[in-house]
Design a protein around this ligand. Structure first.
Ligand SMILES: [Zn+2]
Length: 199
């Protein structure tokens, strides 16, 4: 089922989400929530979605970036479920790049993020996950974990001057980034089809 996405201003977006009891993970209700989150993320062309964005204040996020023929340089991310994720930066290096958010429609802004993070979480069946994510993958995870702490990408921007409406972003910034993305293979500057990534 496609769920309604909470937008900025809805208190649930600013709430700190609570830990999931691991015993809850195998329940039908919880598994349905995971399915619904995936369906919702795909419906709105998101690359990630956190449970508070669908009015559920629990520490759960899903992410996925699939292949797109127009953007062969895009970094793919397999469908991933992160339950109670803990994220620690690997090194101090940060990078600025564009982000969007399904809870803040029609806007894009440049956000600094750690280039690499170590992630510990539980997976869909409650199994332990432990991995290092880099670049765009690390960016999406940091964006989603912020949602679990009541934060949005606007809070992370160094200044708001890059903030652009989608139409203006496509007109003035996207092409430039597409060229840059192609030049630097493996860097995913332009993410979802013509809209940039939202999560
Ligand atoms: Zn978001």
């Amino acid at each position: 089922m496609i769920l309604k996405v909470a937008r900025l201003g809805n208190p649930v977006v600013r709430q700190t989400a609570r830990e999931v009891d691991p015993r809850e993970i195998s329940s039908a209700d919880f598994q349905r929530l995971l399915d619904d989150m995936v369906e919702t993320m795909r419906e709105y062309d998101g690359v990630g979605l956190a449970a508070p964005q669908v009015h559920v204040p629990k520490r759960v996020a899903v992410l996925e970036v699939t292949d797109h023929p127009r953007y062969p340089h895009i970094e793919r991310i397999p469908l991933t479920f992160l339950i109670n994720p803990v994220v620690v930066p690997v090194g101090e290096e940060t990078e600025e790049d564009w982000e969007g958010c399904l809870s803040i429609p029609e806007l894009r802004g440049k956000v600094p993020r750690f280039k690499a993070v170590r992630v510990s979480a539980l997976g869909r069946q409650g199994e332990k996950l432990e991995f290092v994510a880099r670049n765009f993958h690390a960016r999406v995870i940091q964006h989603e974990v912020d949602h679990l702490n009541g934060m949005v990408y606007l809070d992370r921007m160094k200044d708001l001057r890059s903030l652009s409406y989608l139409l203006e972003w496509q007109r003035y910034w996207m092409d430039d980034l597409t060229v840059r993305g192609k030049a630097k293979k493996g860097k995913a500057h332009v993410e979802a089809p013509s809209k940039g990534a939202s999560s």
